[in-house]
Ligand binder design. Structure first.
Ligand code: SF4
Length: 345
């Protein structure tokens, strides 16, 4: 078996809470708290969850745009957290990011030429003529033309700006791209075009993606595997197809119940979760989801659910573990039991 391109193990990113005149540390916001996953080369992992669950911080911590406080990140066998200076810069060229907001992520005072050329100059990639060739090629791959080079971001629509942001990442010839909610700021009418562009580029260049989104249907379309995050942790991980057909974690069931479907057979009754997501500075004891979980039992308030693996499907839930055991490892049957229990008033 070949090693994955990205191997994230027990990643933690805690932000200190400081108070008083002496700015004493009195606690920590546990934005990411023990996240592990791998992404094989040429595949896409979808990272989903409500806003504030830590998925964006996880993506940025992998690239060290935010410094992780624990755990390890290995990219193509290299220990990302151990690198500094030129080595880190070199790795950054191979690991790019496309941000959510194409309005905020492109400097309005810079022509597209300067926006695209900046990274090429930093990484010493070619002379002026070679750089222009690379920039034009990147623009054309994203459906724009060389004419865009002389224009400013405000002269483009939201969808075109996101294409420029994608071209800025592509021009550096990366192997891995973090796509942080890349379509959620766009009009619904152009979201599908940008998703299809990302799929085409992945196939064309053998790219590997971490696709961060709150939208399960988009993630299901683009991702090979999906990890569901809740309050800084991954609670479920499996293939996109399995997650859509046989979810196990009660939180995933609730997320799917909120996804509208045009097919009557696929419509699920809406599960409304009680309360709001608790603060990551004071996560609940035991299972972090227990204050909102309709299936919570006493053990859930006391003991953090360990990982249960059944047929390659990972879940952190006491009740799901019981259901899997009762169904003798049959994930579909366990999923149906949980769905039935969740549907009870
Ligand atoms: Fe709900 Fe308990 Fe499972 Fe947590 S461990 S998701 S509280 S049933």
């Amino acid at each position: 078996m070949t090693a994955p391109l990205l191997d994230v193990h027990d990643l933690q990113t805690h932000f200190p809470i400081r108070k008083g005149l002496l700015r004493k540390t009195v606690g920590a916001v546990q934005a990411v708290d023990g996240v592990s996953f791998t992404i094989p080369r040429g595949t896409t992992l979808g990272l989903v969850g409500e806003s504030g669950c830590g998925k964006t911080t996880a993506g940025r911590s992998i690239l060290r745009l935010v410094e992780p406080t624990g755990g390890s990140v290995r990219f193509a066998g290299e220990d990302v957290r151990a690198l500094s200076g030129g080595q880190l810069r070199g790795l950054r060229r191979r690991m790019q990011i496309v941000f959510q907001d194409p309005y905020g992520s492109l400097n309005p005072r810079m022509q597209v030429r300067s926006i695209l050329e900046e990274g090429l100059v930093i990484h010493g990639m070619g002379d002026a003529a070679a750089r222009r060739e690379k920039m034009v090629a990147a623009l054309e791959r994203t459906g724009l033309t060389a004419a865009a080079l002389e224009r400013y971001p405000h002269e483009f629509s939201g969808g075109q700006r996101q294409r420029i942001a994608i071209a800025r990442a592509l021009v550096l010839e990366p192997e891995f791209v973090v796509l942080d909610e890349p379509i959620s700021a766009l009009d619904v009418s152009i979201q599908a075009q940008v998703v299809n562009l990302l799929v085409d580029l992945r196939e064309q260049f053998g790219l590997t993606y971490l696709f961060i989104s709150h939208d399960l249907s988009v993630v299901g379309y683009i991702a090979d595997e999906v990890a569901v995050m809740y309050l800084g942790r991954i609670v479920e991980r499996c293939t996109a197809k399995e997650l859509a057909t046989t979810p196990l974690h009660p939180y995933t069931h609730a997320l799917f119940s909120a996804v509208p479907s045009v097919e009557p057979a696929r419509r699920r009754s809406r599960i409304v979760l009680a309360g709001d997501v608790p603060s990551p500075s004071r996560p609940p004891s035991g299972c972090r989801f227990h204050p909102r979980c309709p299936l919570a039992e006493t053990i859930c308030t006391e003991t953090d659910p360990p990982a249960t693996m059944a047929a390659g499907h990972l879940v952190h839930c006491h009740v799901a573990a019981q259901a899997i055991e009762q169904a003798q490892g049959d994930v579909a049957a366990a999923s149906a039991r949980i769905a039935e229990a969740m549907a009870k008033p």
